[in-house]
Ligand binder design. Structure first.
Ligand code: FAD
Ligand code: FES
Length: 258
């Protein structure tokens, strides 16, 4: 798979919730190769911000040559992106990393679990999985971005930290409250959520695949800025590390220390 670096064009931008934006980008070259769970790097136009910002692919429209990202304003880079309008140029690199292993889900009951800004990559993953799936989404409050789009794909259970909708608490609280069952977990979200899911999967003897997040610099495996601890020795660094941008961001839960 060849990575593409190009100046693409913003097709549209929309605010979904407080500080959360959805952007469609015209990029047939990246869309034609991308798979669910991969990400792109976006470069800022402001030259004082050199490092590209990694953002997951929320939707991949191969026929239309379009990519969708959904992101929360976290600092100067994402704030800059939120000001782009239709027609704005945007420099991107992708597709990056490895997606969710959809073949591992065949014939199994799949949990698709997203927490906070880890929710967006689960949408394309949910659309790509044709079998039995249960989607569990964890939000801070009632600003439940993308929920209706998940509902168009299948049954959704939600948890909110403030209890304003669904189960009060986190995604595991919702799973336990509803007595949900599955064979394999695909998840993306904050590290405490992933850690809890890893422990639960081990208790229940479920397969578990987690998409990790770490600060990145190159985004292509060259700088070791994004390593996490792993059980195996990395072929590049020769220590017990894995590069999230290159070997991940999706890992089998037992492979990584959280
Ligand atoms: C594989 C991957 C996928 C991601 N997908 C999404 C997504 O779909 N939606 C979304 O809202 N966010 C996502 N993030 C987080 C997103 O990359 C950061 O919020 C963003 O880089 C912040 O940039 P900033 O300039 O606004 O913030 P600043 O804090 O000003 O950024 C300063 C530097 O730190 C890096 N940085 C800051 N926070 C993070 C972070 N959480 N992860 C990685 N680098 C960070 C920035 O890239 C930049 O180089 C993802 C991160 C990774 C690693
Ligand atoms: S960001 Fe450079 S190796 Fe991952």
């Amino acid at each position: 798979m060849a990575k593409v670096k190009e100046t693409a064009q913003v097709i549209s931008q929309e605010r979904l919730a407080e500080g959360v934006y959805s952007m469609w980008i015209h990029s047939p070259a990246i869309a034609s190769q991308a798979v669910p769970g991969q990400f792109i790097s976006l470069y800022c136009q402001d030259g004082s911000r050199l490092l590209p910002r990694p953002i997951s692919l929320c939707e991949i429209d191969q026929e239309g040559g379009r990519l969708r990202i959904v992101y929360r304003i976290a600092g100067k880079g994402t704030e800059e992106f939120s000001a782009y309008a239709a027609g704005s140029p945007v420099e991107i690199l992708g597709p990056l990393g490895n997606g969710f292993p959809l073949e591992e889900a065949e014939g199994k009951r799949v949990f698709l679990i997203g927490g906070g800004i880890g929710i967006p990559p689960m949408l394309e993953t949910a659309k790509a999985l044709k079998g039995e799936k249960t989607m569990v989404l964890g939000y801070r409050d009632s600003q439940m971005f993308l929920k209706e789009e998940f509902e168009a794909v299948g049954q959704v259970f939600a948890a909110t930290e403030d209890g304003s909708f669904g189960t009060k608490g986190n995604v595991l609280d919702a799973i336990r409250e509803q007595g949900l069952k599955g064979d394999v977990i695909f998840a993306c979200g904050p590290t405490p959520m992933l850690r809890a899911l890893k422990a639960w999967a081990a208790e229940e003897n479920m397969e578990c695949w987690l998409s990790l997040e770490e600060r990145m610099a190159c985004g292509i495996g060259a700088c070791l800025a994004c390593v996490c601890q792993s059980k195996d020795v990395d072929s590049h660094s020769h220590v017990h590390n894995k590069r999230i941008c290159k070997e991940g961001p999706v890992f089998r839960a037992e492979e990584v220390e959280l």
